[in-house]
Design a protein around this ligand. Structure first.
Ligand SMILES: [Zn+2]
Ligand SMILES: [Zn+2]
Length: 371
């Protein structure tokens, strides 16, 4: 057992309360991580606001980074003292995990949202009783977390000088945007990339677009401060979201868009993006929509243009391979994701969520302990 402090999400409250708790020792295949940093992502908000069915009380947090303190039986790839980034969980045995596509694990739901071990047990308890753990295989809004060997990714030694608390968001939001460009759509140099929405995911896609050599790179957002940042980190053009987007895009890309990436989940924008695609253009979708949302495309245009519309989770990343690549890009100065990050003290977790919701901060990260 480890004594921890954890931000608990309880029934009847939309604020987190930081509580003293106890965390189990790691079981077979599990890894105990002292959390150094933890990013705030929209999925945490959706659970806090009961838009996603996760059992309560629960400790959320799914963009953790930290230092391994102990490992359970059978764990060989990490050992105590290793710096790690925590990513999403997957089963490791289904057909998609076998194909190195763990984002589409057949068991993604239970492994990431059930917030318990496969046998139903939870790892956290307080004086008030058990608390759900293992959210996204980590529950990293706490001083310590139990993860599994599959979802802890060792930080390369070349990044030993990078502040460890900064790296957590690579485990979800940032790998989603960068992976969509580099893995899912496999953007080619010299082709146009349009990104709808310049939040953390969209800005990560823009930085990755620059790595891929896309040109032009066009960012669309309602907020001028985000467009300004987009220009600094890779966008060659920006369009204010309330403009006539179809004609503005046509002016920049008269023969159509090669790659369109939507982070907004807004049907009208997605359909507009589809209608601007060049022949063989690809439209990638990561934005969350209402559960019953439908899209309308013209079949002749889809088929006749050889166009593709693809849903994307976690940027099609295999975290064990892709997160170290992103860290290398960061160390080399090609992927300055720290420009998106603002640090908050762990005790200020509710303020960090507010700063994200108001749009003031693109990627709040909680500094939980010293590296
Ligand atoms: Zn699987
Ligand atoms: Zn996330």
């Amino acid at each position: 057992m480890t004594q921890i402090r954890a931000a608990v999400c309880r029934e009847g409250s939309t604020q987190f309360s930081i509580e003293d708790a106890q965390l189990d020792a790691p079981r077979a295949g599990e890894v105990l991580v002292r959390i150094v940093g933890a990013g705030v992502c929209h999925t945490d908000m959706a659970v806090r606001d009961r838009q996603l069915p996760v059992p309560l009380p629960v400790v959320l947090g799914h963009e953790g980074s930290g230092v391994v303190e102990a490992v359970g039986d059978g764990v060989t790839s990490v050992s105590p003292g290793d710096a790690v980034v925590l990513s999403f969980a997957s089963c490791g045995t289904c057909p998609n995990c076998a194909d190195h596509a763990p984002a589409y694990c057949y068991n993604f739901g239970p492994y990431n949202f059930a917030s318990a071990r496969a046998d139903g047990s939870v790892a956290i308890s307080t004086a008030q009783g058990p608390v759900h753990s293992h959210f996204f295989g980590q529950s990293s809004f706490a001083t310590h977390a139990i993860a599994s060997e599959r979802n802890v990714v060792k930080v390369p030694t070349s990044a030993a000088h990078v502040p460890l608390e900064r790296l957590g968001p690579l485990g979800c939001g940032l790998q989603t945007g960068a992976g969509a460009v580099l893995n899912s759509m496999a953007v080619k140099a010299g082709r146009s990339l349009v990104v709808f929405g310049a939040g953390a995911v969209g800005l990560s896609a823009i930085m990755a677009g620059r790595i891929a050599g896309a040109d032009p790179i066009i960012a669309i957002d309602l907020h001028e401060n985000r467009l300004a940042l987009a220009r600094e980190i890779g966008a060659t053009h920006t369009i204010k979201g309330d403009a006539d987007l179809a004609s503005a895009l046509h002016d920049i890309c008269p023969t159509g868009i090669n790659y369109a990436f939507d982070t907004t989940g807004l049907g009208k924008l997605i359909e507009l993006a589809f209608n601007q695609l060049a022949p063989r253009g690809i439209l990638g979708l990561v934005g969350a929509s209402d559960a019953d949302a439908m899209l309308h495309f013209n079949e002749t245009s889809l088929m006749g243009g050889g166009k593709r519309v693809m849903g994307i989770l976690e940027g099609d990343s295999d975290p064990q391979a892709f997160i170290p690549q992103l860290i290398e890009h960061h160390v080399a100065g090609r992927y300055p994701f720290d420009r998106l990050v603002e640090m908050f003290a762990f005790d200020d977790i509710n303020a960090a969520f507010e700063a994200s919701e108001s749009g003031r901060v693109i990627k709040p990260v909680l500094k939980v302990s010293a590296a």
